[in-house]
Design a protein around this ligand. Structure first.
Ligand SMILES: Cc1cc2nc3c(=O)[nH]c(=O)nc-3n(C[C@H](O)[C@H](O)[C@H](O)COP(=O)(O)O)c2cc1C
Length: 170
């Protein structure tokens, strides 16, 4: 899909079917994540694909924002592996992970699949459930699926600030 069309069309879809997702589509989403830029190319992130019914049930105990999805991607950044800016000690793991997550969000839509970036989840509980995630700052869960008829943009979706409010020319 053409980029401008993609970013105009994308919206947070909160009603998904658990119809099977082709593995080739997931592979292309992972490739979009892999190609994301990160500070000093440190790539201090990891993605967990939560697919089995058992794992999905456990994940659903940490958030109510599951939307009926058949697959979930969890994105985390690892502070120990990230670039740190020397002037103020700022660690870029969360920025890197957010860029990866944005690639994932757009790639999902490009596949004709739908999702919502979910930040509202019990991260400590998720780490307890999946010890593989323990060393990561978990920034996003993407419930993924095909949209149901109810999967339409929310009233909040079109509410965007005007360019003059967000851009200041100096
Ligand atoms: C970092 C982040 C966290 C979010 N967390 C949630 C969430 O936990 N639950 C939810 O329903 N939507 C969540 N959203 C979706 C936003 O509410 C949504 O992107 C925003 O309202 C704009 O709507 P749109 O995505 O349809 O354009 C999140 C989005 C971002 C970027």
């Amino acid at each position: 899909m053409e980029f401008n069309e993609l970013i105009r069309e994308r919206f947070s879809c909160r009603s998904l079917s658990d119809r099977d997702i082709p593995h080739e589509a997931l592979d292309r989403i992972f490739e979009a994540a892999r190609l994301a830029p990160t500070a000093v190319n440190k790539q201090p992130f990891k993605i967990w694909a939560v697919e089995s019914p058992e794992a999905r049930t456990k994940l659903a105990e940490t958030t109510s924002y599951t939307f009926g999805a058949g697959v979930f991607l969890v994105v985390g950044g690892k502070n120990e592996d990230a670039w740190v800016r020397q002037y103020d000690g700022r660690n870029f793991a969360d920025v890197d992970a957010a860029i990866v997550a944005t690639h994932i969000m757009l790639a999902i839509h490009n596949e004709g699949l739908r999702s919502t970036w979910v930040g509202h989840f019990d991260a400590p509980k998720l780490k307890e459930t999946f010890p593989q995630m323990a060393d990561y700052d978990l920034i996003a869960i993407f419930p993924i699926g095909y949209p149901t008829e109810k999967g339409i943009p929310s009233p909040r979706h079109p509410q965007r600030k005007a360019a003059v409010e967000i851009v200041e020319v100096l």
